[in-house]
Design a protein around this ligand. Structure first.
Ligand SMILES: [Zn+2]
Length: 322
C-alpha cells in the first residue's frame, strides 16, 4: 500500500505540474498517444535498440528516461519519469540495485526487460583493479556483484534485441512482422560489427589492454578474449590511484607490447600520463573509448546510434591492441 500511495502521489504531482513536463529532458513525447505502445528505457543503448526495432511502426513510442549528463549509476527518476514509467507497456532496464525503483513504479501488466536477469549466469562480476590482480579475468574470486555495463558486448546486444523483439510482437501483434524483419536486419548489422571486433582481437599484437581509468569494458573484452589491466575496479568513481597501482601498471606497460593506454570518455589524461612517464617507455599513445553510459543530448539529437559508438570504439580497440 505504501508503494501505491507513493506512486499515486507522484502521478498527482506529475499531473499538477504537467506544463513543466515539457521542459524535462527525457527523450520522447510526454503524452502517450491512444493505442500506442510505450517503451521506456534507462540506458541509451536499450533506447537505441528499441528505436531500431520499432523503425517504421506508427504504433510504438520509445523513450529514454535518463536525460543527458545523468550518470546511469546514480540516476534517480524525476516525477515526470515516474509518470512515464507508470504509462509504459515495455520497460528495458539494466537491473542493477540502483534501478530497483523500476519494479516499484511499473504498472501492472507491463513487460519488464531486466538485462542482467536475462544474462543469468553469463552476467560477469565487477572486475578487479590492477592492484587487485590484473591476471584474474575469468571472474573468479570477485565481489559477487555483477557488472552493469552489459550493453558493451555486441553479443549481449544481439540477444537483448531478440528478447525486445518478442516483447514488441506480444504487445503489438499487428506489427509483429515489421518488428521481426527490423530485428533480423539489425541483428545482422550487430553480428557483422561483432565479427570485426573478433578479427581485430585475433590480429592485435598485445592481447592485453591497459585502462588508466575505471573499467566498464569487461563484457567486450571477455567476448574478445583480451586480457586487461585497469587502475580502478569496475566503474568505481575513485579518482586517485595509489602508488602501488601506478607502479604495477607502469611495470606492465614497460614489459608488454602495449603501445597505447586507454581512458574512458569521462576522464582526463593525468593518470595515463603518470603511468606512461613511470614506465619509461616512449611513444605511448593515450586513446579514448566510450562507455556509452552518458550520451549527450546533442549526440542524441544528431541521431547518433549505438552502432555508431561501437564503431568508434572499434577504431580505438584496434589501435589499443597494436
Ligand atoms: Zn559505468
Amino acid at each position: 500500500m505504501k508503494k501505491l500511495s507513493f506512486l499515486s502521489l507522484l502521478l498527482i504531482s506529475a499531473l499538477l505540474f504537467a506544463p513543466s513536463l515539457t521542459s524535462c529532458k527525457s527523450v520522447g513525447s510526454d503524452i502517450k498517444e491512444e493505442g500506442k505502445i510505450r517503451i521506456s528505457c534507462t540506458t541509451f543503448s536499450a533506447f537505441d535498440w528499441a528505436r531500431q526495432l520499432t523503425y517504421g511502426s506508427k504504433n510504438a513510442e520509445v523513450m529514454l528516461l535518463t536525460d543527458s549528463g545523468v550518470d546511469i549509476h546514480s540516476y534517480v527518476p524525476s516525477v515526470a519519469d515516474a509518470a512515464r514509467i507508470a504509462s509504459s507497456d515495455i520497460i528495458i532496464y539494466v537491473g542493477s540495485a540502483s534501478e530497483s525503483f523500476i519494479e516499484d513504479m511499473s504498472p501492472k501488466g507491463a513487460r519488464l526487460i531486466n538485462l542482467l536477469s536475462l544474462l543469468g549466469e553469463d552476467a560477469l562480476e565487477i572486475p578487479k583493479s590492477a592492484a587487485g590482480n590484473h591476471e584474474n579475468h575469468d571472474n573468479e574470486g570477485g565481489h559477487g556483484e555483477h557488472d552493469e555495463h552489459v550493453w558493451l558486448s555486441l553479443k549481449n546486444a544481439r540477444y537483448f534485441c531478440s528478447v525486445i523483439c518478442e516483447s514488441l510482437c506480444e504487445a503489438d501483434s499487428g506489427n509483429s512482422e515489421l518488428y521481426k524483419s527490423n530485428c533480423k536486419e539489425y541483428t545482422k548489422a550487430l553480428q557483422s560489427l561483432e565479427d570485426e571486433y573478433y578479427t581485430a582481437a585475433s590480429k592485435g599484437k598485445a592481447g592485453l589492454m591497459m585502462f588508466a581509468d575505471r573499467f566498464p569494458f569487461v563484457y567486450m573484452l571477455n567476448d574478445c578474449k583480451i586480457d586487461y589491466c585497469a587502475a580502478f575496479e569496475g566503474c568505481s568513481t575513485e579518482s586517485g590511484a595509489t602508488f602501488e597501482t601506478v607502479a604495477i601498471m607502469a611495470k606492465l606497460l614497460s614489459e608488454s607490447e602495449l603501445c597505447c593506454v586507454v581512458i574512458t570518455e569521462s576522464t582526463d589524461k593525468r593518470l595515463a600520463n603518470t603511468i606512461i612517464a613511470a614506465s619509461g617507455k616512449e611513444n605511448v599513445q593515450i586513446i579514448t573509448m566510450n562507455s556509452i553510459q552518458r550520451v549527450s543530448r546533442t549526440d542524441i539529437d544528431k541521431g547518433k546510434t549505438y552502432i555508431d559508438f561501437m564503431k568508434e570504439n572499434l577504431v580505438a580497440f584496434k589501435k589499443a591492441l597494436g
